[in-house]
Design a protein around this ligand. Structure first.
Ligand code: ADP
Ligand code: MG
Length: 694
């Protein structure tokens, strides 16, 4: 078998189950081996259910016990729910599985098993959610090992994945991975293990030391190829040629005069940099970095206006439909207030075919100088009349390739990427080697600092009272539900449940209050309608998964409450916090932790003590040991599979060195090893489309 072999070449995978793999972006044996575990489980000693209470909400436990009666299956909305009772340590513990009706025939009454899953509290009762079931003997064996945990998609089970991986590595027709695309002197110089050992080690780890070595090698190559691709892009960019000169225009002054606020000093400085870049005869390629809430959007809008005033087209690409629509409306408002005649079009995947056609038409004819949209902007059909400016917002959500594709739609358009990723300049230079960097390092003065509280679950009723009080003052709140890593379906179910419970509690205090929910499995149109109603204050409390994390702007929202905050990376919590404190009213963050534990509290306290994204990320890292590199959901910044720009900053530095050295010795990558590297880079580029999750 070869890396390019289709997965159907793997024993046990037929055309039908192949489709499930495809959903996860796995088409070939090579895709499969680079589908890395999300984290690893170290199985703990089983406990008896008698000692568990509501304070264990969210805890992953292994319960030894047996069911006495056959499990029952019922249907609730789109969910198949299997329930039963585990008898353990003299008490009964409720157990629930979602969409696994087959479990009923697998768990035999009277047989003692180990059930391993999360404890959930509902009111004053607890239940075990979605446990995996093990024979006692198997569990004893597992206790000594690191168990990989894979990200799953609907239809693709962990068992199917693991079985396929065993075939690929150890089956009779296994992959030959003895060739390494990194040259051996590079491996030696940077103390890296071979590719073969690394991929095997990441899927079948033999102890912590091996696992960390495997990870380090794979992180290195992720960075290395990323940096090489950026360097190549820079070369093809032809910075000096054919730049559109977009001269400063009176219209931007008009906008500035009509804004309800003054730009901060930092915004003004960055805007001046952008404006004069656009007017020069070199192609602009600039990164605007600024913490959440620092006011990046208005800079993008001003750039679009300067572009339009010069008779050219500009595009703003954002990662979600909700955000696209929000920006689009804000842009129209701004033009109206400033009495500017520019037409803007919105382009997102969920528009009707006729609406899309109308948008294409306006872009092709040039009647619309501004387009705002999602990655629909880069689909084949869109042709621009004279695209001279390309802006990507929240750029970490897009692969480098997508950005590049949009840029290719113009001749040599000016480009701006905007990011809230807090990274120090030294790392930014390596990561965004092809860009000039502007930093908005000042918050609008009208903002009051957000007040933070880090509290245990017993504080929840008080939090609800607090939300009710804010709502009665005319404000709004977000509640972010516990993150469920096992599956999006359970996550959705939890959000719906939570919203119902919350609605009941709040209703008692404020009759008529509207609580709604938002989760990743909803259709785009539904999400959009909920977001619009929240923006219009028709919904006062929005219960959500982290869908809201990116960029949305509802300045009237003053409370952000996060359940099970310990399960989030601090950088991600900081992003969530950025959703409030956007208006002039005092805002509050309530981080509720489900697990009472000093280390957890200490980590979360970092958030109270700092409002500086980079500082938070750095301190978070100090507290995490190397064994914790896996597990915490990554902050979502930059699309690396394994690498974390903070935790792996030293590896990033090495990879940057290695890339620079290679290119200085072999600029055209024409040596044998250069060619091998180029080949691999092409493979990465061609599969990137499958892996980008937007
Ligand atoms: P981000 O940098 O996170 O994208 P936004 O551009 O969405 O931030 O701005 C956040 C909020 O701050 C918006 O409501 C915007 O209108 C407002 N804002 C931007 N600049 C200023 C300023 N100089 N003074 C007051 N409010 C501002
Ligand atoms: Mg933004």
């Amino acid at each position: 078998m070869q890396e390019s072999s289709p997965i159907t070449a793997i024993k046990g995978i037929g055309p039908k189950s192949a489709l499930n793999f495809n959903k996860a972006g796995i088409y070939t044996a090579g895709d499969l081996i680079s589908y890395y575990p999300r984290t690893y489980d170290i199985c703990e000693d089983p406990v008896a259910a008698g000692g568990l209470t509501v304070f264990d909400d969210g805890r992953l436990v292994a319960v030894e016990g047996r069911i006495e009666r056959t499990l029952s299956v019922r249907y609730l909305r789109a969910f198949k729910i299997t329930t039963g009772k585990i008898f353990s340590g003299g008490v009964y513990l409720d157990v629930t599985w979602y969409n696994m009706p087959f479990i009923r025939s697998q768990v035999k009454p009277g047989v003692t098993y180990v059930f391993r899953g999360r404890i959930r509290a509902k009111g004053n009762k607890i239940f075990l959610q979605q446990p995996k079931v093990y024979d006692l003997y198997d569990y004893e064996q597992l206790k000594k090992t690191y168990q990989p945990v894979y990200p799953l998609v609907r239809g693709l089970t962990e068992n199917a994945l693991k079985k396929a991986l065993r075939e690929v590595f150890f089956g009779s027709d296994h992959l030959d991975l003895s060739e390494d695309y990194l040259p051996s002197d590079m491996l030696q110089e940077y103390d890296l293990i071979s590719r073969k050992d690394a991929v095997r080690g990441i899927h079948f780890p033999e102890g912590e030391e091996m696992l960390l070595k495997a990870r380090r090698r794979l992180v290195f190559e992720e960075f290395f190829f990323f940096i090489l691709m950026l360097k190549q892009m820079r070369e093809t960019r032809l910075r000096k040629d054919h730049a559109y000169q977009l001269l400063p225009a009176a219209q931007t002054r008009q906008v500035l005069d009509s804004l309800p606020y003054e730009l901060t000093g930092a915004q003004m400085r960055v805007w001046n940099e952008v404006s004069s870049d656009m007017a020069s005869d070199a192609v602009m390629a600039r990164l605007i970095q600024g913490d959440v809430g620092s006011g990046k959007t208005v800079i993008a809008f001003l750039a679009l206006i300067q572009c339009a005033a010069n008779g050219m087209q500009g595009a703003l690409m954002v990662p979600t439909e909700v955000l696209a629509r929000q920006h689009y409306e804000a842009f129209l408002n701004m033009c109206e207030t400033a009495r500017l005649p520019y037409e803007a079009v919105l382009l997102t995947g969920s528009l009707k075919a006729s609406e899309k056609r109308a948008a294409y038409e306006k872009l092709e004819s040039g009647s619309a100088p501004v387009v705002i949209g999602t990655h629909a902007l880069i689909t084949e059909k869109v042709e621009y009349r004279n695209l001279a400016l390309v802006i990507t917002d929240e750029q970490h959500r897009f692969g480098v390739n997508q950005r590049e594709t949009l840029e290719q739609k113009g001749k040599t358009p000016h480009t701006i990427v905007m990011s809230a990723t807090p990274i120090p300049r030294t790392l930014a230079v390596i990561l965004y080697g092809d860009l000039d960097v502007s930093v908005i390092d000042e918050m609008p003065a009208s903002r009051l600092p957000i007040k933070n509280a880090v509290v245990g679950a017993s504080w929840r009723p008080k939090a609800y009272q607090f939300i009710a009080k804010q709502v009665s003052m005319g404000h709004q709140a977000y509640v972010i539900c516990p993150m469920v890593e096992e599956s999006e379906e359970i996550e959705a179910e939890n959000v719906i449940d939570y919203a119902q419970t919350l609605q009941k509690s709040l209703q008692a205090m404020i009759p008529g209050i509207c609580v709604e929910y938002l989760h990743g499995r909803m259709k785009a149109a539904e999400k959009q309608s909920v977001m619009e109603r929240f923006s219009a204050n028709e919904i006062q409390v929005l219960v959500s998964t982290t869908v809201v994390e990116v960029g949305v702007n509802v300045p009237n929202a003053t409370v952000m409450m996060v359940e099970n905050a310990e399960r989030f990376g601090l950088a991600q919590l900081h992003q969530l916090r950025g959703r409030v404190g956007r208006g002039s009213a005092q805002s509050y963050c309530i981080f509720v932790y489900g697990i009472e534990n000093e280390a957890v509290k200490k980590r979360l306290d970092i958030l109270s003590s700092s409002n500086d994204g980079f500082e938070i990320a750095r301190k978070d890292l100090e507290l995490r040991g190397p064994g914790e590199l896996f597990g915490l959901r990554q902050s979502g910044e930059l699309n690396f599979q394994l690498a974390d720009i903070y935790a792996d900053a030293p590896v990033l530095q090495s990879a940057g060195d290695a890339a620079a050295k290679l290119l200085s010795e072999d600029p055209g990558l024409s040596s044998e090893c250069g060619q091998q590297i180029t080949h691999h880079m092409k493979m990465l580029a061609s599969s990137a489309g499958n892996h980008d999750v937007l």
